[in-house]
Design a protein around this ligand. Structure first.
Ligand code: AMP
Length: 283
């Protein structure tokens, strides 16, 4: 049987464990997650192993990145199954703090990200989100002090926000973006896919299909505005409520006017029933 990772739930125990790795001259990679792990998370763990001798996975459903009307209470929590998967994946350490450990009484500081966090994409529909993410990720990175931190391209704006924050705060680590892992029909794996009914699940891959077709047309030289208009209608007709479909500069996330403003990333967010899905693709 695979060896179970060490599970730590308090900051001093985490610091002792990572200090032992450092003292042995071992490099450390951190994979931050909210649990309910799937093959996407495990791809991050694989990339972590490729870079560092020691792999730490954090599991923390961060209350401050959910608005009151969002799914914090119903967010899937599967700790025992997650630990089994992380044992198989040969993870060394699981950092699983409670909310009281992360935000003890009197907690009063926040990281307020700008730049890509104010691009008018996720931030427009979830204004609380990136402040919560940046603050918790800053804490996870200072608690663990890794050499590498791995994030999925699936949450593309988040990847840009965390990369910018690490740079701005001079955090001595490298942020690595890992390509999105998909189902065979193209749907990006997400812990929230369990919310989808059978009917919604069959429609859900439309997002990726539309992104792919739009990327091809933009590469062929068709006008971006027109390609996006058609794509928005397709998403609408499939039964989604569209939050946004945008073409942005892949690094700054500022709007692009033409194909020459490379590199371009298409980003989409849409609701099907009560479930909100996001996806993105390079042009
Ligand atoms: P979450 O647990 O949803 O907060 O995700 C934890 C990390 O896994 C984030 O960096 C996500 O971008 C990444 N992730 C989630 N889904 C996928 C996926 N389908 N492919 C690659 N990475 C993913």
């Amino acid at each position: 049987m695979a060896k179970r990772p060490t599970i730590v739930r308090a900051v001093p125990a985490l610091r002792r464990a990572v200090a032992a790795y450092r003292d042995a001259g071992e490099r450390i990679a951190l994979v931050p997650t909210m649990g309910a792990l799937h093959r996407g998370h495990l791809a991050l763990v694989r990339q972590a192993h490729a870079r560092a001798r020691r792999v730490v996975v954090s599991i923390f459903v961060n209350p401050t990145q959910f608005a009151p009307h969002e799914d914090f209470d119903s967010y899937p929590r599967r700790f025992a199954t997650d630990i089994a998967a992380l044992s198989e994946a040969k993870v060394d350490l699981v950092w699983a703090p409670s909310a009281a450990v992360m935000y003890p009484q009197g907690f009063a500081s926040r990281v307020e990200p700008g730049g890509p966090a104010k691009a008018g994409l996720e931030d427009k529909f979830r204004p609380h989100f990136f402040g919560g993410v940046a603050t918790v990720v800053a804490k996870l990175l200072t608690q663990t002090a890794p050499d590498f931190a791995l994030f999925g391209q699936k949450d593309y704006q988040q990847l840009r926000v965390v990369t910018q924050m690490a740079k701005d705060l001079d955090l001595p680590l490298k942020v690595i973006g890992v390509p999105t892992v998909r189902e065979t029909d193209g749907l990006a794996l997400s812990s929230r896919n369990v919310y989808l009914s059978a009917g919604e699940r069959s429609v859900a891959p439309t997002l990726y299909r539309v992104l792919k077709a739009a990327a091809v047309r933009i590469k062929r030289g068709e006008a971006i505005a027109r390609v996006l208009d058609v794509a928005r209608i397709e998403i609408d007709l499939a039964g989604f409520t569209l939050d946004y479909l945008e073409a942005r500069h892949a690094l700054t996330l500022v709007p692009v006017a033409s194909r020459k403003d490379e590199p371009i990333r298409l980003l989409v967010a849409a609701k099907i029933g009560k479930t909100r899905l996001i996806d993105n693709l390079a042009v």
